[in-house]
Design a protein around this ligand. Structure first.
Ligand code: FAD
Length: 489
């Protein structure tokens, strides 16, 4: 009988535990290794997956298929019309290919866990063995605990413990090998699957060519990117990571979230560039590894506090905040027409290329929650619907941090001043000029705050909106509302 590897968000051959285990199993006890991917549009829709992200995943699937073809492993792509059809689809593949063992990489979200449980139950009933491999984090969150055995809710102590475990228990950074090839005759036996094409999906409304150039698909591309970053940009990362133009960060997130490369591979490579250390040595490399630590931290939160998967605030008391229902304000934020140039530049970058620099994610998120007093859930959802790197754990973590409702959140009274953020992180206005063409002709000084600097006539000529709120007043309103809620607790 044969073995099945079900790919989900782990579209890579290297350092993929489930794939490696499946390959080992097929070597000892089975004839062939078959790979499966299920296209489930209803599930994507329900999880607000962005078209640009789905397009990226499908392009990576094409690239994965080409790699699997070379080692004679057929990739079978099936469609599940409704998400409840997934169980039946896996079952039918198992029967069609006479499968005895199914492998997959465990997912962390509540819905996916439920789905996997249902599939597992169905397969066990027909005597098919299921192997779920832990591969979505470097250290299992259940092992990163406080002295009293509780999960961490604050980043720094979490990260200290995490680093200690990574440094003292070498297995955490052990990479698994790529799978072995199937016997050659598999090519003939499964010929129609080798010939099959992957369904394509277009990032609606976005320029396909630009998107393809910005984010070429494939495992090789992810490694090229990582290597290039570690050779060049990382050298000044501590400073440049906050500057949106020129981009000083790695832009590895789309690849990490599609599982085209693992967090472990990133840490291993970065550590190798730092004499195999993660807490001492080069400050810039350490700082980049720490960002990957944030990714691990938010995965820990998802596992330890699953309520965050179900639209709950991490700090439950903040659920009493009275948000504004101003649809016009929300619309203006979405479209990048708030009249705050730095906020608008961020939102327009997101709308144009499905990505936004981290500093801008913080500024725009804080602006929605604290200046417009609009429920952060709405922003979280809008980001997911647009981001090529949309990831429930990091997106939710970032939003709750920005809205001061989460773990380790920035205190509620710390409200980013968009003008100061703009002057500090985009001092010459290059980023604003790139994304807000109406303001291209302004001087470095005018561009951050045209409404207050230009006279009314000059401002009207720009065709740029007036600020949607007065920042100082909005800030006070938010802080007072937060105080009111804290007093209730
Ligand atoms: P780099 O600076 O090169 O960092 C390397 C990697 O570290 C990133 O690829 C990412 O995996 C991880 N990382 C860096 N910063 C963070 C962080 N603050 N939290 C968690 N992981 C981090 N990240 C996502 O991957 N998906 C999201 O949906 C997402 N939504 C966000 C929403 C908000 C409101 C905020 C404030 C942040 C969000 N982030 C999200 C985190 C961060 O903005 C992105 O990971 C980062 O911008 C990706 O760019 P990069 O790969 O160049 O990062």
């Amino acid at each position: 009988r044969n073995t099945l590897m079900w790919f989900r968000n782990d579209l890579r051959l290297q350092d993929n535990k489930a794939l490696y285990e499946a390959s080992m199993r097929s070597k000892v006890g089975a004839k062939y290794l078959i790979a499966l991917y299920i296209v489930s549009e209803e599930e994507w829709k329900e999880h607000d997956e962005a078209p640009v992200k789905i397009d990226f995943w499908m392009r990576n699937l094409v690239s994965l298929k080409a790699k699997l073809d070379k080692i004679a492993i057929p990739l079978v792509v099936k469609t599940a019309k409704r998400k409840t059809d997934v169980v039946g689809v896996v079952e039918s593949v198992v029967r069609e290919f006479d499968i005895s063992h199914v492998f997959w990489s465990q997912e962390l979200m509540v819905d996916e866990k439920r789905r996997d449980k249902a599939v597992k139950n169905a397969l066990q009933k027909i005597k098919v063995h299921v192997e779920e491999c832990e591969d979505q984090y470097i250290v299992n969150p259940l092992n990163v605990r406080t002295k009293t055995g509780n999960p961490y809710a604050v980043f720094t102590p979490f990260y200290n413990t995490w680093c200690k475990l990574v440094e003292t228990e070498p297995h955490h950074l052990r990479l698994t090998e790529a799978p072995d090839a199937n016997p050659h005759e598999a090519k003939d036996l499964f010929a129609r699957y080798f010939k099959a094409t992957i369904p394509s999906s277009h990032p609606h409304g976005l320029d396909v060519e630009t998107i393809n150039n910005l984010y070429p698909a494939g495992e090789d591309e992810a490694h090229l990117r990582l290597n290039a970053f570690l050779k060049t940009k990382v050298k000044n990362y501590r400073v440049s990571r906050n500057i949106p133009i020129p981009e000083g960060t790695s832009v590895m997130s789309p690849y990490l979230n599609a599982g085209v490369i693992s967090t472990r591979q990133c840490v291993v490579m970065a550590r190798a560039a730092n004499k195999n250390k993660i807490t001492t040595g080069d400050e810039d490399i350490k700082s980049w590894i720490k960002e990957l630590g944030w990714r691990e931290f938010y995965r820990n939160i998802l596992v330890s506090f699953p309520r965050v998967c179900m639209n709950r605030a991490f700090q439950l008391k903040t659920e009493k905040l009275q948000w504004s229902n101003n649809d016009e304000h929300f619309q203006r934020w979405c479209e990048g027409k708030t009249g705050f140039p730095i906020v608008d530049a961020g939102m327009r970058q997101l709308n144009s290329i499905g990505y936004m620099h981290n500093r801008l994610r913080m500024v725009t998120a804080c602006f929605l929650a604290k200046d417009l007093l609009i429920d952060w859930h709405k922003g979280e959802r809008y980001f997911m619907q647009r981001l090529i790197d949309g990831d429930l754990a990091s997106n939710n973590g970032g939003w709750q941090w920005s809205a001061s409702t989460g773990t380790d959140a920035q205190p509620y009274f710390r409200v980013f001043n968009p003008l100061l953020q703009s002057q500090r992180f985009d001092p010459k206005g290059d980023y604003i000029r790139r994304w807000v063409p109406e303001l291209q002709g302004l001087t470095d000084k005018q561009i951050h705050d045209p409404y207050h600097i230009l006279d009314a006539k000059e401002f009207a000529k720009l065709g740029y909106p007036k600020p949607v709120v007065d920042h100082a007043k909005a800030r006070d309103k938010f802080v007072n509302e937060f105080k009111r809620v804290l007093a209730l607790a």
